[in-house]
Write a protein that binds this ligand. Structure first.
Ligand SMILES: *Cc1c(COP(=O)(O)O)cnc(C)c1O
Ligand SMILES: [Zn+2]
Length: 439
């Protein structure tokens, strides 16, 4: 399972991150602080460094990801675990006692058979993995729980993030429960409900006049300046990213320990998509599921579709864009993992598609009216892309398909508020109701 193993490098630390020294210099890191994780490994050159608050390879500046020495893990052992992401503790960079963690325990969300939506789209077998039921109503609670564990083990004093909204909600809530100071940064034009959903948990919501990419740059600068700050998706990003694997683990386990044929996943930075696929590969390598082909599809909104544009242009060069879409949770114009999304979607025989804001709204309505699930604009994007992928023959309607709903519609009410409302406003009399024609 391990990537190209090079000698663990424990001398100098990576060129960024004032959070804490690496393990070599820090005797306070307890044994097993990161479970069975062995090192941070460079995705580009395979160079390994000690586990710590680093995200870029000291040799080539490539992104680092967590590498493991996995133990023997059985389906029974996992099934006996808690009904949340910690059932997969042996496959995550978290300690064995994480099950007593103060985090709000996301995960093990429902996988719903979506026959009505399938019929509408002429698909044979369709499932919705519904992550809107996590503690703060998006998939971000998964990644934040893993980042919080790492932050605590590394002795962080402040738990922070740049965010397109949902991440700030999850960080603020998890930090409140863990009793750690939180500071969350968002673009100032973010939807009001997402602002309130952060500000309710933290006094330190910082609205920045700029795009998410501006907010992200500011966060990197602060991470380099301030001591003891864990930015979940910056200096502890490798740990954060591993949390998305649990979406892949759950899909496989809930299907009865097998992989689906096709999965449609929204793409912002691209972290989620790449880690769901990493999760699939790990399950195969550990013998927990049968090895079989699967196709991964990425979904973007046209107003911020740098990865879909590169996919369609047949190039690896992702041109950063200035986002202009109602799908604000996906509005990352310079996606850090975009290049890996392209690689995975091409290698597995999937695709990356994009849809207009009108299609996003229609996607929200379609999922609501067929399956009774109210998704946010990111989910509208994903459902609309699923529809477009079927209609353009890129997705095989006879194959088993999973579409991931990553967030909750109440956070983006304005997107559809104008399109739906009372069918009639009447006086409280039978005659008035009768006149509406509804009966
Ligand atoms: C953050 C987010 C995503 C995608 O995240 P990446 O891992 O950055 O691609 C998808 N959906 C929702 C609702 C999100 O908040
Ligand atoms: Zn490298």
């Amino acid at each position: 399972m391990s990537a190209a193993v090079t000698e663990a490098h424990t001398g100098s630390s990576a060129p960024q991150g004032a959070l804490a020294p690496s393990r070599a210099d820090d005797r306070s890191l307890r044994d097993g602080a990161f479970g069975h994780a062995r090192a941070l490994s460079c995705r580009e050159c395979g160079h390994e460094i000690a586990l710590g608050p680093h995200y870029a390879c000291p040799e080539c500046f490539g992104p680092l990801e967590v590498a493991y020495d996995f133990p023997l893990v059985t389906r029974e052992q996992i099934a006996a675990g808690p009904r949340n992401i910690w059932r997969y503790q042996p496959l995550l960079p978290v300690p064995t006692d994480i099950t007593e963690s103060p985090s709000t325990e996301p995960g093990f969300t429902r996988l719903l058979r979506a026959d009505n939506l399938a019929r509408e789209l002429c698909l044979e077998r369709l499932w919705v993995k519904d992550d809107s039921t996590n503690p703060t109503n998006s998939f971000k609670d998964r990644v934040v729980a893993c980042a919080l564990s790492a932050a605590r083990e590394l002795g962080a004093k402040v738990f922070a993030c740049p965010s397109t909204g949902n991440l700030a909600n999850a960080v603020a809530a998890a930090g409140a429960r863990a009793g750690i100071k939180t500071v969350v940064f968002i673009p100032s034009d973010l939807e009001r409900p997402k602002q309130v959903n952060s500000a309710i948990y933290t006094e330190n919501l910082v609205a920045v006049n700029g795009t998410y990419d501006d907010v992200n740059r500011l966060a990197s600068e602060i991470a380099g300046e301030e001591e003891g700050w864990a930015f979940v998706n910056v200096n502890v990003r490798p740990f954060y990213a591993e949390g998305s694997k649990t979406l892949g683990f759950e899909i496989a386990e809930q299907l009865g320990w097998r992989l689906p044929d096709q999965v449609v996943i929204p793409v912002a930075s691209g972290s989620q998509l790449t880690k769901v696929e990493k999760g699939f590969r790990e399950l195969i390598a550990l013998g927990l599921v049968e090895d079989k082909p699967y196709k991964i599809f990425g979904a973007q909104a046209t107003g911020c579709s740098p990865v879909a544009t590169a996919y369609k242009g047949g190039t690896d060069a992702i041109r950063p864009v200035k986002p202009d879409t109602i799908a604000k949770s996906l509005a990352i114009g310079n996606p850090a993992d975009g290049i890996y999304v392209l690689d995975i979607c091409r290698r597995t025989g999937g695709a990356v598609e994009d849809v207009s804001d009108d299609e996003v709204r229609a996607g929200i309505l379609l999922l609501a009216r067929t399956e009774g699930i109210f998704t946010e604009t990111a989910g509208g994007t994903t459902v609309a892309c699923l529809k477009k992928l079927v209609e353009t023959g890129q997705l095989d309607p006879t194959q088993e398909t999973v579409v991931i709903n990553t967030g909750m519609g109440l956070k983006t009410l304005d997107a559809v508020g104008g399109a739906v409302g009372p069918a009639a406003t009447i006086d409280p009399s039978y005659a008035a109701f009768s006149a509406t024609g509804i009966a």
